[in-house]
Design a protein around this ligand. Sequence first.
Ligand SMILES: [Zn+2]
Ligand SMILES: [Zn+2]
Length: 169
Amino acid sequence: MKTGLTANELDRTERRNTQIPKRSFIREKTDIEVSALPVSIQGNQYLVDFGQASHPRFHKVSKNKECSCGALYCEAIEAVCQYLQAGGLRAPDPEGMPPCPICGSKTYRDRNWDGKYTKTLGWRCEKGGLRHFLEDKAARIKKHLAENPHRVQPALGSLGVRQDQLITH
Ligand SMILES: [Zn+2]
Ligand SMILES: [Zn+2]
C-alpha cells in the first residue's frame, strides 16, 4: 500500500510551493527606522529607490497609492506605507486642488485626465478615486446641456470613458 509521498518527495514538493520572496527591502517588523526605508519625497509623490540592481530602480508612488511602474501591488507602495507608519514625512498636498465635489474628500492631480479642450484639471478622489472625477464630469456635462439646450449635444461617449476605467477599487 502506498502511504503517500516519501520524506524526500515531500520536501521537494514543499520547496516547489514555497514562494521565494522577490526582494527583501521590506522588513517584517513595524518598528523600522524611517531612514532605513528607501523612500523620499519628490514633489507631491514618494520616490522609492530600490537600488541599481532593480528594474525599474525608481518607483514614484502617488498619494493615492499608485505606483509609476503600473504594478497594482508594487512593493514600492508597501514601502511607502511602512515609511508613513514609521513616522515618515508626508508628501505635501498638491496646491490648489479643491475637495471632491462628490464627497468632499481630498483630491489629487491626475494629469492623464486633464481636459484637452475644456482645460479642466484631471484629479482623483482620495475615497472615490477616478469614479468621483467622472461622476462630477458627467454631472457637469448634464448641467451644461440643461443650460444650453440649443447647442449640439455631445454624446456621453465623447468622454472617452471605458467601463474598466470606472472601476477604481
Ligand atoms: Zn512600482
Ligand atoms: Zn470623492
